[in-house]
Design a protein around this ligand. Structure first.
Ligand code: MG
Length: 266
């Protein structure tokens, strides 16, 4: 989506702010003993209380408000009462918040989409590094993103960190434009493809690197949603929604306590 109207920026900021705020709240609840179902319950209550709609619930029949992906699960894990977090796990939480408005008498949605991977209690140094490196690759991509930047610039920034640390860089999933129906062109690869597609100021996109401790291959489980690594090694995922500007980006889903230096340049 390219923002064209003055009010649009307020709506997209609101959607992003709610998604980031609720994700930060959920991150405080992540500890041994909590179920992913309970996290989803809290997400639903918080999103609605903040005045938004849970984007994911019902999207292509997804049954929950968050994707909760534990350890070898990469993305799209379904919250479950039986999935209880334990010390040493990692959990990726992906969340979407929708602000519904009307345009020309029809519903029109603005969406904030963001994800984080968190440690459950104390995790191994190797896992801690996986989380930090994946987040670092997101920040590296955000740092060079601006109007005129190519998709290959973004993919390259992520790929460089993934390759330097010998991670499997997930190829089957990636970032995307965000529009009223959620996913939109362009698909944003987390590696170089030779794409010359250039971002334009006013575009709203999500960048979301996923690094695996092992190989890059993934598969979907029989529930039709949960994506896991083929070698069952752990995986991390970080995502922000952002507004592209002439000279940088505005990170729309920044969490209240998240410090992102030198990125919000206007
Ligand atoms: Mg996304």
């Amino acid at each position: 989506m390219i923002l064209t109207e003055k009010d649009d920026i307020d709506f997209i900021r609101k959607a992003g702010q709610i998604a980031g705020g609720v994700l930060e709240y959920l991150s405080t609840l992540v500890k041994p003993g909590i179920s992913t179902w309970e996290l989803d319950q809290q997400a639903e209550k918080s999103i609605i209380k903040a005045g938004a709609i849970p984007t994911f619930k019902g999207y292509r029949n997804f049954p929950a408000c968050i994707c909760s992906s534990v350890n070898e699960e990469v993305v799209h894990g379904i919250p479950n009462k039986k999935k209880i977090l334990k010390e040493g796990d990692i959990i990726s939480i992906d969340i979407g918040a929708t602000i519904r408005t009307t345009k020309d008498g029809k519903p029109f949605d603005f969406i904030g989409d963001t994800a984080i991977t968190l440690a459950v209690g104390k995790i191994s140094p190797v896992l801690d590094k996986l989380l930090k490196d994946t987040q670092r690759s997101l920040y590296a991509a955000l740092a060079l993103c601006k109007g005129g930047c190519s998709l290959d610039d973004i993919g390259g920034a992520i790929e460089d960190i993934g390759l330097a640390n010998a991670y499997g860089i997930v190829r089957d999933y990636g970032g995307h434009g965000i529009g009223p129906s959620y996913h939109e062109e362009p698909f944003i690869f987390n590696y170089r493809t030779g794409s010359k597609f250039k971002l334009k100021p006013g575009m709203v996109i999500a960048i979301e690197p996923m690094f695996n401790q092992g190989g890059d291959r993934v598969k979907t489980k029989t529930d039709g949603w949960t994506v896991v690594t083929q070698d069952y090694k752990p995986s991390a995922h970080f995502e922000h929604s952002l507004l592209v500007t002439d000279n940088g980006v505005e990170v729309l889903t920044r969490r209240p306590s998240e410090v992102i230096d030198n990125l919000i340049r206007d």
